[in-house]
Design a protein around this ligand. Structure first.
Ligand code: NCD
Length: 309
């Protein structure tokens, strides 16, 4: 039986290809409980703390749903304003207190590196639910799970990532994670102001992964097996004029999809603003709502693996 080899999940860099495969296998097992064919009790008497110092719908609620499906109780901080962090308490002090009240801490915080600080401060397991514009490892796992379910494989895929690749933490974690699998190549499509950060490309270079960068939105579509669209991350812009100038530059419509493969899997971590037109929702290959649902079995698997060793 597989044992998760770390105390925490703060970065996808902690995961080997084998770890990813085992986590996805566990998520598949969890589908039966998720679909109410069984009752999950593996987290009975455990308390999961979900600390969300940034807005969230899917991530927090799917973690809480996952915890409850396995019999755990949940305590939550659903916004920065309701926590003592807003009174000036340090992340470290806050973490020590939270660890006293719960068996595992799930944290989302606007500072890059915040999950790592929390994990180093306390003995209890910590899961990064998004740290600034750095990483979002659980989203990358559910995205990978979605690709596996939609495409039936994780190798030999052409992945197009579109729009805010600079601030979109989900694209960073997903690029790292998919680069563990053979014959993956990427096209990064964005305005020049929102290009994939150098540190992500450096890792891809080290792993010998092929990628190209373009701002030609028509160019990418023809070859992509998976099209991963992101929203422009308004809250991370220092320069609001830059945001105003860039917003609305890209909108995916049925018309823009006309040159794409007919079975291109269309993904989006959500929330969408207006970058995917609602007319796309009805396509059989529009996978973004199924993708959001996949968050529950993935987070069930992670909570179970980190809490039951
Ligand atoms: C993403 C995030 O928080 O980074 N949302 C999510 O967790 N599903 C993407 C986003 O906010 O654009």
């Amino acid at each position: 039986m597989y044992t998760y080899p770390h105390k925490d999940l703060v970065s996808v860099h902690q995961l080997s290809k084998y770890d990813v495969e085992e986590i996805l296998k566990k998520a598949k097992e969890m589908e039966d409980i998720f679909r109410w064919k069984k009752v999950g009790t593996s987290l009975s008497w455990k308390i999961v703390a979900t600390l969300f110092y940034e807005p969230s719908t899917r991530t927090r609620l799917s973690f809480e749903s996952a915890a409850k499906r396995l019999g755990a109780n949940v305590i939550t901080v659903a916004s920065g304003e309701t926590s003592s962090l807003s009174k000036g308490e340090s992340l470290e002090d806050n973490a020590i207190i939270n660890a006293m009240y719960a068996d595992i801490v799930v944290i989302r915080h606007p500072e890059s590196g915040s999950a790592e600080i929390t994990a180093k401060t306390i003995q209890k397991p910590v899961i990064n639910a998004g740290d600034g514009w750095n990483e979002h490892p659980t989203q990358a796992l559910l995205d990978t799970y979605t690709i596996l379910k939609e495409k039936g494989r994780l190798d030999n895929l052409k992945i197009a990532m579109v729009w805010d690749l600079k601030y979109g933490r989900t694209t960073h974690s997903l690029a790292y994670l998919l680069s563990l699998f053979p014959e993956i190549s990427f096209t990064f499509i964005s305005p020049k102001e929102l290009k994939m950060p150098e540190k992500v490309k450096k890792v891809l270079d080290e792993r010998g992964i092929s990628y190209r960068e373009t701002n030609d939105y028509e160019d990418w579509l023809q070859q992509a097996d998976v099209l991963y669209v992101t929203r422009i991350q308004k809250e991370r812009f220092q320069d609001k004029d830059e945001y105003e100038r860039l917003k609305n530059q890209f909108i995916l419509t049925i018309q823009t999809l006309k040159n794409a493969k007919s079975d291109v899997t269309i993904m989006h971590p959500l929330p969408r603003v207006n970058e995917v037109d609602h007319e796309v929702d009805g396509l059989p290959n529009a996978a973004f709502f199924r993708q959001a649902e996949n968050g529950v079995p993935i987070r069930m698997a992670l909570l179970d693996l980190l809490l039951n060793k």
